[in-house]
Design a protein around this ligand. Sequence first.
Ligand SMILES: *[C@@H]1O[C@H](CO)[C@@H](O)[C@H](O)[C@H]1NC(C)=O
Ligand SMILES: *[C@@H]1O[C@H](CO)[C@@H](O)[C@H](O)[C@H]1NC(C)=O
Ligand SMILES: *[C@@H]1O[C@H](CO)[C@@H](O)[C@H](O)[C@H]1NC(C)=O
Ligand SMILES: *[C@@H]1O[C@H](CO)[C@@H](O)[C@H](O)[C@H]1NC(C)=O
Ligand SMILES: *[C@@H]1O[C@H](CO)[C@@H](O)[C@H](O)[C@H]1NC(C)=O
Ligand SMILES: *[C@@H]1O[C@H](CO)[C@@H](O)[C@H](O)[C@H]1NC(C)=O
Ligand SMILES: *[C@@H]1O[C@H](CO)[C@@H](O)[C@H](O)[C@H]1NC(C)=O
Ligand SMILES: *[C@@H]1O[C@H](CO)[C@@H](O)[C@H](O)[C@H]1NC(C)=O
Ligand SMILES: *[C@@H]1O[C@H](CO)[C@@H](O)[C@H](O)[C@H]1NC(C)=O
Length: 353
Amino acid sequence: MTSTSSYKRMLIQTVICLILSSLFVSEVHGAKAIYAFGDSYIDAGNANASNDPLSWTKPYGMTWPGYPSGRASNGQTQLDYVAEKFNLPSPIAFQQLKNTTNLTQGVNFAVGGAGVTYCWGHPTLHTQVDQFEAFIKSANISKSHLKESVAFINIGLNDHTTYHGELQGIPAWIDIIVDGITYNIWRINNLGIKNIMVTNLPPLDCGPWATYINNFTSCTKNETLIMENIQHNEILAKAIQTLQHNTPDMHVILLNQTQAMNYLLSNKSSGFVNTTVPCCHGWGELGYWQCGVNNENGDPIYTLCSNPSETFWWDQGHPSDAGAKALIELYWSMIGFTRFGRNIESWIRRYSI
Ligand SMILES: *[C@@H]1O[C@H](CO)[C@@H](O)[C@H](O)[C@H]1NC(C)=O
Ligand SMILES: *[C@@H]1O[C@H](CO)[C@@H](O)[C@H](O)[C@H]1NC(C)=O
Ligand SMILES: *[C@@H]1O[C@H](CO)[C@@H](O)[C@H](O)[C@H]1NC(C)=O
Ligand SMILES: *[C@@H]1O[C@H](CO)[C@@H](O)[C@H](O)[C@H]1NC(C)=O
Ligand SMILES: *[C@@H]1O[C@H](CO)[C@@H](O)[C@H](O)[C@H]1NC(C)=O
Ligand SMILES: *[C@@H]1O[C@H](CO)[C@@H](O)[C@H](O)[C@H]1NC(C)=O
Ligand SMILES: *[C@@H]1O[C@H](CO)[C@@H](O)[C@H](O)[C@H]1NC(C)=O
Ligand SMILES: *[C@@H]1O[C@H](CO)[C@@H](O)[C@H](O)[C@H]1NC(C)=O
Ligand SMILES: *[C@@H]1O[C@H](CO)[C@@H](O)[C@H](O)[C@H]1NC(C)=O
């Protein structure tokens, strides 16, 4: 009897140990590197300083690294925080690759202003994936390295904000954007990256690019923009589902950026004092996009808040460092902010990433 119960106890202890050790093992993120594609939400130095100086001027980068670093933020972007979670360096900006660069540390191809379509004239998602393809060849990046790496894609906002066609044209425009995203997910997978994180749109009616018309007081609740947003997200989710269904070995997780941002913008307990007014912004119809611009005397023509960690938005288009961090925290461990995986943590465990 005694020996049976001590045997049982031993058995239980062993099982507990096994469970604990498996939990511990699954905490270890084994991704080798991150390859990133998209726009200013994750650009970290690809935008051309002479053509596109915005993210290269003060006060960009004021919180981190303390000077402008080519990021459209006061600090880190969503991508930087993803890298931090994986215990990896943030992938180096493609334009900053040097001969001395460690070529297996990941590359960030994202460029401010980019879209699936030509938008503002910056390298499109397709061009970025072309660059990735050429990079793999020239740097002789191995299939096994890519297989153990992850991709991060955040794109689409510029395609929507630069659309100035008829209302009837919006569904066709959405199809073009979603087709472009889906096709390039397929290409990235085909080039060897199996595990891919993709965001949908930020809330089109609630970002400062929309709310400036009411002096950043509240979401515009513009029905057209809300429908455009919903349709883009639905069609993207369906397209990815179909693609995964037809592509063995592809593991996409969709990050519901619309929902995550709306949640942080509307939930008082998320900790942001100001969820509509960006920390750094100009005034008036022409000036609202003027964070960092000075007049001829060198004086700022923009307003800068005293504590960017209290505002969700940094400037007229981009989350603050604190905003980006809060988004990644939601995707990483909360439930309900992702599709094709309960959250990034569980996605990592499921596919042993
Ligand atoms: C940046 O723009 C300038 C001016 O148009 C151009 O001369 C330069 O080649 C560009 N740099 C890159 C890296 O594209
Ligand atoms: C970098 O590599 C290029 C092409 O391989 C070569 O032409 C150039 O001299 C190298 N630069 C340095 C500083 O090694
Ligand atoms: C290159 O980067 C990878 C990924 O961060 C790292 O594991 C590796 O040790 C680095 N190699 C060198 C020589 O620094
Ligand atoms: C590319 O890397 C593979 C190993 O991954 C090696 O066998 C091959 O020789 C390399 N090719 C070149 C051109 O360096
Ligand atoms: C926004 O603010 C400006 C300057 O304070 C003011 O002139 C304008 O009437 C305001 N617009 C709205 C829609 O409140
Ligand atoms: C809603 O947004 C669309 C697209 O930007 C715009 O054309 C329309 O005028 C807006 N509607 C209202 C009521 O502001
Ligand atoms: C994203 O979240 C919204 C709720 O905010 C939901 O209606 C939508 O279905 C979600 N999209 C996906 C692809 O999960
Ligand atoms: C607001 O956030 C808190 C903390 O994250 C959460 O417990 C609560 O359910 C949220 N409320 C709503 C309405 O989403
Ligand atoms: C948000 O910021 C604006 C402008 O800096 C300020 O007038 C307003 O009082 C702030 N709102 C809150 C709730 O702090």
